[in-house]
Design a binder for this molecule. Structure first.
Ligand code: NZQ
Ligand code: ZN
Length: 379
């Protein structure tokens, strides 16, 4: 087992109506809030209204920034931060999914420090402070509500990258599964895929950590059991709750203590598709994870085998990969690029960006030849 520091400062409120405590939580942190959200889903599922009422009741002044896109853009983050600085807000409240919360995380730094968001993302600017962040999560997927990661993309540099800093942990995260009842079937499936992929990235990280392995298996088992049920019954609160809590635990450090890190190769490869074609994050993962396992059948064979035994009761690497593919298919998430409208004529474009970034993992580094092989499995 590797050395580690176990740390997670997020006060996570989970369950029906937990947002009723948002106002008092916010009041102890600030007086002027920047309220950040996306394309409007929060206006329809009640989360925006509930949050606004909470802030207003406590006399907190609110400035809004909306229009954060899925696969969030750095220019929106800079724009929002500029507005927040002008208004001298002292707290940021994010209502939405991973894209909104990730954007808000970087906004908290840029307001506090007056810096450029991409310089932060690329590590060229090292921030010393951030405004407090409150997150109201409306979709189960990324785990951003309880971690210190943000992912943004930049159309100028043609990159989608992640950033980690303990300054960006939300102070409070509110998770009412009722808000996720309105998530459409495709994004519901992508969320389940994402939480499985996070668990797998941890699983394929370097080092031995048996308890972390058992957490990984437990989280994936939640997805295997409740994911397909939820796809058949998307209005079921209990199923939404199970998946939401599983998604949080898939990426709140619990599955990685004792390992060097996760692998994160499939995420890095998936970000290339998201950047190029605006493909939803979870869809990139269901396409690439099986392909990645096929390429690494020999190199990661032992780990794939162990996974197969724990999850599917098989002692065969191919059967393990097939079982994972069948699961993604059962959810309705794509296995091939063509299913999300990416045609074979795009192969070269994808490969060249993947090779430019040397996209691949931290534990299992891919060669250019392996990336080429991977691409064939993706179509
Ligand atoms: O924009 P709106 O109108 O809000 O609609 C969103 C969006 O179209 C919609 N949605 C959200 N909640 C809804 C809803 N629709 C109906 N009812 C609701 N209750 O869902 C769509 C997707 O939203 P998004 O925030 O993009 O989804 P997700 O939470 O999957 O976030 C994906 C982003 O997070 C990054 C991904 O790369 C991607 O950019 N990730 C962040 C991570 C982290 N911070 O730890 C780790 C992940 O691996 C991931 O990379
Ligand atoms: Zn992910």
């Amino acid at each position: 087992m590797r050395n580690f520091i176990a740390f997670n400062p997020v006060r996570l409120h989970f369950g029906k109506k937990v947002v009723n405590d948002l106002g008092s939580s916010a009041a102890s942190l600030g007086k002027k809030a920047l309220l950040v959200y996306g394309g409007g889903s929060v206006l329809r599922n009640g989360s925006y209204k509930d949050t606004l009422v909470q802030l207003k009741t406590q006399g907190i002044a609110v400035t809004e920034y909306n229009g954060i896109k899925p696969n969030p853009r750095v220019e929106d983050v800079n724009e929002a931060a500029g507005i927040g600085r002008n208004e001298e807000v002292d707290i940021v409240v994010a209502v939405g999914g991973g894209s909104v919360i990730d954007s808000a995380k970087i906004i908290t730094i840029c307001i506090a420090e007056g810096c450029d968001a991409w310089k932060v993302m690329t590590g060229k600017y090292n921030p010393a402070s951030a405004l407090p962040l409150i997150a109201v999560l409306t979709i189960a997927a990324t785990g951003t509500e309880m971690n210190a990661v943000a992912v943004l993309q930049n159309s100028e540099t043609k990159e989608k990258i992640g950033y980690h800093n303990v300054l960006i942990y939300p102070v409070h995260s509110f998770l009412d599964p009722s808000y996720t009842l309105s998530v459409p079937a495709d994004y519901t499936a992508y969320g389940v895929v994402d939480l499985v992929a996070h668990s797998l990235e941890a699983w394929f990280g370097e080092g031995e950590a048996t308890l972390s392995d058992r957490f990984v298996i437990s989280v994936i088992k939640e997805a295997l059991e409740f994911g397909p049920e939820l796809m058949r019954d998307t209005g079921n609160y209990e199923l939404r709750a199970n998946i939401m809590w599983a998604a949080t635990n898939a990426l709140n450090n619990l599955t990685m203590y004792g390992r060097e890190s996760g692998d994160w190769g499939v995420h890095a490869l998936g970000h290339v598709l998201s950047f190029l074609y605006d493909t939803a994050h979870g869809a990139t993962l269901s396409i690439i994870y099986p392909a990645w396992m096929k390429v690494l059948k020999e190199r990661a064979g032992d780990r794939i085998l162990q996974l197969g035994k724990e999850l599917f009761g098989t002692s065969d690497v191919d059967q393990t990969i097939e079982a994972m593919e069948s699961f993604f298919k059962l959810l309705g998430s794509p296995l091939k690029c063509q299913e999300v409208g990416i045609e074979t004529s795009r192969k070269e474009e994808i490969l060249s960006l993947m090779n430019r970034d040397q996209a691949g993992g931290m534990n299992f580094k891919l060669s250019d030849k392996e990336r080429e092989e991977l691409l064939e499995y993706m179509f």
